[in-house]
Each structure stands twice: as structure tokens, then as C-alpha cells.
Write a protein that binds this ligand. Sequence first.
Ligand SMILES: [Zn+2]
Length: 89
Amino acid sequence: MSDLNAVRRAARKALLAETGTEAPKWRQVHTDVCEEPDAIGPVCTDEGHDADDPSAYGCCPEPVIEVESPAIGAYLVALLNADREGGAA
Ligand SMILES: [Zn+2]
């Protein structure tokens, strides 16, 4: 578990720099016109970005991480969202 705490701390530092929050909510993302989401990324909070629109635009926060398998993307999003409250800071 100490490994998880160490990597979580490092990731949260990076996410704070990228998104302005240490533990953003994650979503599956379409980086291209495709039937299934091909990436994951932090939820975009831009006013002009419809919350139901799964595409990645210039307004969206990084990192958008390509994930070839939509099933694995869904799993990673579920894990990351479940871990948002996880761990001691
Ligand atoms: Zn956006």
C-alpha cells in the first residue's frame, strides 16, 4: 500500500498542475470520430462543454490518455473515480 500512496501523491501533484485539482473526476473520452471511447481524461468543467458530450476539445484538461480497449478505459475511470477520496495526503 505504501507504493500506492507514493505514486498517488506524485500523480496528484501532476494533476494539480494540469487540472487545478488534485483528484479530478475522470471520464471516458473520444479523441476521434469513433463509436467507442478511445481514451480517458479528467471531466471538462468548461462552461461551453456540454457534460453529455464525450469528445475531447481544446477546452478539456490534460492528461487525455489513449486507451485502446473501451472496457479497460471504463475500468480505469471507475478505479480513478473510486480512488479520488483515497489515501492520506
Ligand atoms: Zn472540454
